[in-house]
Design a protein around this ligand. Structure first.
Ligand code: KG4
Ligand code: ZN
Length: 342
């Protein structure tokens, strides 16, 4: 990979290659993150300030509070990243920041910080799509190369993406209603687990019987998904225990079994039909124990399987820097705007 580009400001030519250091900032939701990555794969600094404790008492992310918290945390995260990596701002080749999808007020904080750094040090600025960043978490510490099928499962998105090359990504399937992470968080709330419910539901599920309850798997055409019917079925099941002790772990395990087997079926079919052997898992829900297990079991059938280690599954800035290295062909104009939905 060797890209020669011009900076925005002094029109100095800049080369992006294996030795390049990209600093990235991520602030699309409730994590303020800053990272420095060398050559797209080697993480020199990875700083994440989570706001989970702050939003816990409200049972979800409050956008205005999140934006204010990003403002408090972003400079500290940047300083800490330089310290961790042992490099100076002048050593950075380009600055990258998430432009969307995400919470607009939150994105603005991180993006303006990124643009300011690029301006102050006369370096290129690169705007990054958060979903491409999640996929790029799989380039960290690996030698993964396209083509591959990516299953992206996060709080806001559920997609199957055909990554044909570094420059050609085609979304071939997505949810027609709730995202997987959203379904996890909603079901967790139904059974009384505090925010963020996904990881807690996953933990409880590991103590239950996945075949205790038969929950409905939505029949959706192509590589698309639907999870709202499943959520309603869990609601009905929970209500049926009105007053009686609820087998919470069994309900969690049955829900997790239904979700993970649906995801596995479609991602496997997509990989086969596109003639690929590489399957990549991405997004916050890629941290889920059962989804990981089912996808990794594909190795026994001759597939090559990739999933980021836990700290690169949920929102972080290393994946943003990696996306800047692999997926971006051009530097961006400083006027690039944030956007909320894909
Ligand atoms: O990618 P992410 O950090 O933020 C978005 O871009 O949306 O994903 C957050 C989502 C939340 O819905 C959270 O509950 C879910 O990922 N999540 C999990 C697990 N860890 C995080 N869901 C199920 N099992 C997990 N272990
Ligand atoms: Zn995310």
């Amino acid at each position: 990979m060797n890209k020669i580009k011009n900076t925005l400001f002094s029109n100095k030519p800049v080369t992006i290659d294996e030795k390049s250091l990209i600093m990235a900032i991520e602030s699309s939701c409730d994590e303020t993150a800053c990272a420095i990555v060398k050559g797209g794969r080697e993480v020199l600094a990875n700083v994440v300030a989570s706001q989970i404790k702050i939003h816990e008492e409200y049972g979800g992310v409050i956008p205005e509070i999140a934006a204010r918290e990003h403002l408090e945390a972003v400079n500290i995260a940047v300083d800490e990243a330089f310290k961790q990596a042992g490099v100076k701002p002048e050593d950075i080749t380009a600055f990258a920041g998430t432009v969307g999808p995400g919470l607009v007020g939150c994105l603005l904080v991180g993006l303006n910080a990124t643009k300011s750094l690029a301006l102050a040090y006369d370096k290129p600025f690169i705007g990054i799509n958060h979903l491409n960043a999640h996929i790029s978490a799989n380039f960290i510490d690996t030698d993964l190369k396209p083509p591959f099928i990516a299953l992206l499962v996060s709080g806001g998105h559920t997609q199957i993406i055909d990554v044909k090359s570094y420059s050609e990504l085609e979304i071939i399937g997505e949810t027609i209603d709730d995202a997987v992470g959203e379904a996890y968080d909603k079901v967790a709330r139904l059974i009384g687990l505090p925010y963020p419910g996904g990881p807690k539901l996953d933990k409880l599920a590991q103590e239950g019987n996945p075949f205790a309850f038969k929950l409905p798997e939505a029949k959706v055409e192509g590589y698309n998904f639907s999870f709202s019917g499943l959520k309603t079925a869990v609601l009905r099941l929970v209500k049926s225990f009105d007053g009686k002790e609820m087998p919470t772990a069994d309900i969690c395990a049955s829900f997790q079994e239904c979700v993970s087997s649906t995801l596995l079926k479609k991602v496997k079919r997509a990989t086969d039909e596109r003639g690929y052997k590489q399957v990549v898992l991405a997004g916050g829900v890629a941290a889920n124990s059962e989804i990981r297990k089912k996808i990794f079991n594909l190795k026994n059938e001759g597939y090559e399987v990739y999933a980021p280690i836990m700290k690169y599954c949920t929102d972080n800035a290393s994946m943003v820097a990696s996306a800047a290295f692999f997926f971006e062909k051009t530097f961006d104009d400083i006027n690039v705007e944030v956007f909320s939905r894909a």
